[in-house]
Design a protein around this ligand. Structure first.
Ligand code: IFM
Length: 479
């Protein structure tokens, strides 16, 4: 496993990037008073995903994904919007990269749209689709920003959904073929590659609750989608190892502490089952080659002879998306292991979406990885918060709650590092206000405000805060 400095240095070297921009040294970068105690060498990044920002859904040979279908189905999206235009990043990517560069970001995590690269999901590659990512990557490198690409952030080609999508075991090979084609084209410049984004979330919401695309429901549907994502992830990592030897291959999980909503034994047991469905259903197969205790039987009908060996593959890094903890109660009617969301303790602060806030929970997640999963090289690949923002005034959007949220979570990163967790970097979610899935455009996570009528970008105070920190600390990276 690579550790912090090795990772940035080798990824930057492989991409022919200088680790330190000219004129900046570890000595010249000082810490602002009261700033989180993040050590030099930490990677500071911003994160986005294709369907949420690109728009241009019919340009360059792209065909529909499950999210095009879902968002155009009446009643699915809270405000009736869709990703047709989103932030128009497809056409405005150069300005967005300049914005990142001006802010001082060192790295950018974005996702590749499978329906651009292989519009039918399998078969011929669409060169025009890859051309877009070529342009994006070259622009990033020209600005000394390290590209980190994620191969799948929930936008499955609709043509594959029509063949069963994540319920069809063949998807492990479909995904691997798409991954190989994409990495063969971009792997000379992009070194860190994440396979999947938040597979348990995609399985639970998209294939269990049905409030995300493709809108499927029920326990068996969830189990099939979860196992086939695990299998596709492992199969693709193994295949990509032989594409190039200098790649850094990993994946991204959403992880959170899960608490019982009461000390009643039934709620305690439900919390443990929910923890399995959210957290260890991804972690245990990848790092230990088994499904969590109590879940083996549910997965047994799907697991073939070599599956667990195919899933348990070494990774160069793990991306952790963290937002906050959940409180869970026993609920016999809940499709997910009879475990449902329960009462959150009085006084717990929450974001606009009602998500409980606990920066300490981020440290707990990282300590769990340290103690239970071999302390993998880790990046926080998403962290951020949704709040009601005021309109832009004097060229800025004042978002003190988001700024405080980010600051507290950076402190939690520093605490984890001081406790020996192999945390290497932090990517804020998100660079831009965007299409927030079932919430549409009415819920904003960006550190940059986007006016969805004019598509104008305006920095928020949270971006200026990050920028100040990154300029003082981030550029102190030494190889
Ligand atoms: O917007 C999403 C992202 O796509 C996946 N992680 C959580 C974010 C906020 O809901």
């Amino acid at each position: 496993m690579l550790r912090r400095r090795d990772f940035l240095a080798s990824a930057a070297a492989a991409a022919a990037l200088p680790v330190l921009p000219a004129g900046v040294s570890a000595q010249t970068a000082a810490s602002p008073a009261g700033a989180p105690r993040i050590p030099p060498g930490f990677v500071w990044g911003a994160s986005t995903s294709a369907y949420q920002i690109e728009g241009a859904v019919k340009e360059g040979g792209r065909l529909p994904s499950i999210w095009d279908t879902f968002s155009h189905t009446p009643g699915r999206i809270a405000d009736g919007t869709n990703g047709d235009v989103a932030c128009d990043h497809y056409n405005r990517y150069a300005g967005d990269v300049d914005l990142m560069s001006q802010a001082g970001f060192q790295a950018y995590r974005f996702s590749i749209a499978w329906p651009r690269v292989m519009p039918q999901g399998t078969g011929p590659v669409n060169p025009a689709g890859l051309d877009f990512y070529d342009r994006l990557v070259d622009k990033l490198l020209a600005r000394n920003i390290l590209p980190m690409a994620c191969l799948y952030h929930w936008d499955l080609p609709q043509a594959l959904q029509d063949r069963g999508g994540w319920h069809n075991r063949d998807i492990a090979n479909w995904f691997t073929d798409y991954a190989r084609a994409t990495v063969s084209r971009l792997g000379d410049r992009v070194k860190p590659w994440a396979m999947l984004n938040e597979p348990s979330v995609h399985a639970i919401f998209g294939h269990g609750f049905g409030n995300h695309a493709p809108g499927l429901t029920g326990w068996e549907s969830y189990v099939r989608a979860q196992h086939h994502q695990n299998l596709a992830q492992g199969t693709a990592i193994t295949a990509l190892r032989s594409v190039r030897s200098d790649l850094k291959l990993g994946t991204v999980f959403s992880l959170q502490p899960i608490f019982p909503s009461s000390p009643q034994p039934q709620d305690v047991a439900a919390a443990s089952r929910f923890d399995a469905c959210w957290n260890t259903i991804n972690l245990d197969p990848l790092f230990h080659g088994r499904y969590p205790a109590g879940f083996e039987q549910a997965f047994a009908p799907l697991v073939q002879a070599n599956d667990m060996a195919a899933i348990r593959v070494p990774v160069d890094f793990l991306g952790v998306n963290y937002y906050g903890p959940s409180w869970i109660k026993h609920d016999p009617a809940a499709f997910l292991a009879q475990a449902g969301y329960g009462a959150v303790p009085d006084g717990t602060p929450r974001t606009l979406l009602g998500w409980p806030i606990s920066a300490q929970g981020l440290t707990q997640v990282l300590v769990r990885l340290r103690d239970g999963y071999g302390n993998p090289t880790t990046f926080i690949t998403e962290n951020g918060a949704c709040y009601e923002d005021p309109a832009p005034a004097n060229g800025v959007v004042n978002d003190p709650e988001r700024t405080a949220y980010i600051r507290a979570h950076l402190d939690a990163c520093a605490a984890a590092i001081s406790q020996g967790c192999a945390l290497n970097g932090y990517f804020v979610w998100s660079l831009l206000d965007n299409f927030e899935w079932a919430e549409g455009k009415r819920r904003r996570f960006g550190v940059t405000h986007v006016d969805f009528d004019t598509l104008a970008r305006t920095p928020k105070a949270s971006l200026l805060y990050l920028s100040q920190l990154m300029r003082a600390q981030g550029r102190a990276a030494t190889p």
